[in-house]
Design a protein around this ligand. Structure first.
Ligand code: NDP
Length: 282
């Protein structure tokens, strides 16, 4: 089975659009998401455009704040603080990566935790690990939603997450733990990666390297979630999994494109709505 992330994301966005219309009538204003981008990295520009398009589709207000590559860290922090203070702004997102002269952690720390739609602020990360209500990072949240929509049982299963970044691997492992999976986190120093992967009922790969996972590394019938986004030399978008060889033996698999990517953006919309509701009920 190919897990159609694009379709699931579209269905969810349609529901959110209706929810936003009702919420706007109830509270007298629309949810508002501000997206900030520094520089002109083509991949980042394309992600930002998709986020704005989804936010318009869902009926949000919002602003795309496009800043030149030469923007200083102080200037960016000042703009974030302005958005923090605006009562009508619910969510703030700064597109990563940032130019090298800007410290990403300072930027993440500057976003008000209650407006941090990405769930990257240390306060939100800590709350996630302490099982307190918080804003959950969009990619792992999108993957859990995909697994649930595809009917993949989670409780008691062995999940292997390849990759341990703060934005994908680690929160992914935590969410799977919360669903009562037994979780193994693998990384670049993992010995015997192939045998660990072969033991996975659910294999989630977030490395950023094409052909990282081949058919000999997958247990027949496993659910395989490919988070990776890579460009081949001829410009084709591919994941970390060798889809051609793995799809015939996997029980379920996400394609790239059309798997995890659309869900990440949809969860961003969901987080914005949740923040909007919370801020209106304070
Ligand atoms: P990072 O570069 O931060 O992390 C990559 C991880 O892969 C690291 O933990 C690294 O291990 C591990 N790794 C590297 N080489 C190997 C190896 N040979 N064997 C096992 N593990 C290895 O990347 P991100 O987590 O930010 O992103 C991962 C991929 O997911 C990228 O392609 C990115 O573009 C994509 N992505 C996709 C999203 C979507 O919506 N579809 C959203 C976010 C990311 P170590 O820690 O030891 O260095």
């Amino acid at each position: 089975m190919i897990i159609n992330g694009k379709q699931i994301a579209q269905n969810l966005k349609e529901q959110m659009r209706e929810q936003v219309a009702a919420l706007s009538a109830q509270y007298g204003r629309k949810p508002c998401l501000n997206v900030i981008i520094v520089g002109e990295n083509p991949a980042s520009l394309s992600y930002v455009k998709s986020k704005i398009k989804a936010s318009e589709y869902c009926g949000f207000d919002g602003e795309l704040i496009q800043l030149p590559e030469t923007t200083t860290q102080d200037e960016l922090l000042r703009i974030i603080r302005e958005s923090n203070e605006k009562d009508n702004v619910d969510g703030i997102l700064v597109q990563l990566p940032l130019p090298k002269h800007i410290n990403e952690q300072y930027v993440i720390n500057a976003i008000a935790p209650e407006k941090d739609v990405d769930g990257f602020h240390p306060t939100n990360v800590a709350k996630l690990w302490l099982n307190q209500q918080t804003i959950v990072p969009c990619t792992p949240l999108g993957i859990i939603t995909l697994l649930e929509h595809s009917g993949t049982p989670l409780e008691g299963r062995h999940a292997v997450v390849v990759g341990r970044s703060n934005i994908v691997g680690k929160p992914m492992a935590k969410l799977l733990l919360d669903k009562n999976c037994s979780v193994t986190i693998a990384h670049s120093r993992t010995a015997n990666l192939a045998s660990i992967c072969r033991d996975a009922d659910i294999l989630i790969v977030a490395v950023g390297r094409p052909q990282m996972i081949t058919a000999d590394m997958v247990k027949p019938g496993a659910t395989v979630i490919d988070v990776g986004i890579n460009r081949t030399s001829d410009g084709k978008l591919v994941g970390d999994v060798d889809f051609e060889s793995v799809a015939p033996i996997a029980g379920a698999i996400t394609p790239v494109p059309g798997g995890v990517g659309p869900m990440t953006i949809t969860m961003l919309m969901q987080n914005t709505i949740e923040i909007f509701i919370q801020r209106n009920n304070k």
